[in-house]
Ligand binder design. Structure first.
Ligand code: ADP
Ligand code: ASP
Ligand code: MG
Length: 401
């Protein structure tokens, strides 16, 4: 008998019919003699709706109260799913994050899991219960509820699989695996049989929302293979693991991220220590800086441009405005209408010409590149948001036949 952790995302439980569909997947797995722990997300757009309700009441609500609110979505779906399983005649119990000992740090809205105690779940499994766990949530050292960032139920599932030493971790979603690009946007996107943790981590971090990046990090750290598959079609999905079969693929995927703002500080005094001043002040405000570009100094001044997540641009601009006099700089410019388009693949490390091929595809489509950043296994470009869909398609066409 195996222990299987199965996670079901928001679209997989969006209405009564889908809840029963998931209940059947779980009970079928149980019928085959397995122990099942199922992690569930909030139904459909519930989390978005709760965010919108909060914004109407108080756009500056504290993060603590936001987590109190957002975690409610998963409580509802966990209970409804348990009721559906009860009605099919199986023993079941639903539990919240704190009840299964998901301990997190105190970074509300984006908390990290620090530990999980397996006691309660093991006791329920010993009683022959199917266990349903509300994803996306935990409890911090103040006994307050925290949430794990958007898409965080994926991470709840992989963390539980690690803590319980599960034999399998399956992430059920509304597509049948990980593709070379978002199959809802890109024509000709191909399903991957396998992908390495490192490549999936890059794709997830660069905007492929099919898995939360922290879930991939967790899978890699604890050596848990993650299977991504459809809750609507019974067929094999994609396995995320350490080593994959050698395939003649230069790049594994293309991703797009619209959650980017570009900030420029213009006319900074061209002396040592300016970058340190700027980025240490941003770090103190917990702003995550991504691509950084500094112009060559001219007439004693220079410009520094960088990107941050959209949600942090207000904080960043505040910090920068306060600093302008001490930098001797003229002003700060912010552009929210940008997208980051990236290609990812371990193969590019050993193949020259990958960057130029990407830039050629963008040039032929008449798309202007604003910024570029590279690492061993990825190349990202910042472009106008209006060009993003076209950019992903032409870059995908250039590499994946
Ligand atoms: P869930 O509600 O199950 O957590 P998500 O909406 O978070 O589902 O993630 C699934 C979605 O991710 C898909 O519907 C698809 O549009 C999107 N997606 C983006 N990039 C990819 C990719 N490379 N492969 C598969 N799906 C992707
Ligand atoms: N319900 C949360 C969200 O929408 C968590 C998740 O779906 O994984 O982000
Ligand atoms: Mg998700």
């Amino acid at each position: 008998m195996a222990l299987i952790v199965q996670k079901f995302g928001g679209s997989s439980v969006r209405d009564d019919e889908r809840i029963f569909n998931v209940a059947r997947i779980i009970t079928e797995t149980r019928k085959k003699g397995n122990d099942v722990v199922a992690v569930v997300s909030a139904q459909g757009d519930t989390t978005d709706d709760l965010e919108a309700a909060a914004a109407r009441i108080n756009p500056n609500a504290s993060k603590r109260e936001m987590d109190m609110l957002l975690s409610a979505g998963e409580q509802m779906s966990a209970a409804l799913l348990a009721m559906a399983i009860e009605s099919l005649g199986y023993p079941v119990v639903s539990l919240l994050g704190w009840q299964v000992g998901v301990k997190t740090d105190s970074n509300y809205r984006n908390a990290r899991i620090k530990s999980i105690s397996s006691e309660r779940i093991n006791a329920e499994l010993a009683r022959k219960n199917i266990v349903i766990v509300a994803g996306f949530q935990g409890i911090n050292k103040y006994d307050d509820i925290s949430t794990l960032g958007r898409g965080g139920s994926d991470t709840s599932a992989v963390a539980l699989a690690a803590a319980l030493r599960a034999d399998k971790c399956q992430i059920y979603t509304d597509v049948d695996g990980v593709y070379t690009a978002d199959p809802r946007i890109v024509k000709g996107a191909k399903k991957l049989e396998e992908i390495t943790y490192d490549e999936m981590l890059e794709l997830a971090t660069l905007g492929a929302q099919v898995l939360q990046n922290r879930s991939v990090e967790m899978g890699k750290k604890y050596g848990i293979p993650i299977e991504v598959l459809s809750s609507l079609e019974d067929k094999p999905g994609t396995i995320v693991k350490e080593v994959v079969k050698v395939e003649k693929m230069l790049i594994r995927g293309v991703a797009r991220d619209n959650d980017v703002s570009r900030l420029s500080i213009i006319g900074i005094k061209d002396t040592p220590g300016m970058a340190f001043k700027i980025f240490s002040a941003l770090a103190r405000k917990r702003v995550n800086v991504d691509i950084i570009l500094q112009s060559v100094g001219r007439d004693g001044t220079k410009d520094i441009t960088f990107t941050v997540p959209k949600s942090q641009s207000k904080d960043a601009i505040e910090v920068l405005h306060e600093m302008l006099p001490s930098l001797n700089a003229m002003n700060v410019i912010c552009d929210d209408h940008v997208s980051k388009v990236s290609i990812v693949g371990a193969g590019m490390e050993t193949h020259p010409g990958v960057a130029s091929k990407m830039f050629e595809a963008l040039y032929e489509a008449d798309i202007n590149i604003q910024m570029i950043s590279t690492s061993e296994i990825k190349i990202s470009v910042l472009i106008d948001m209006d060009d993003a869909d076209k950019a992903v398609q032409v870059v995908h066409d250039a590499f994946i036949k």
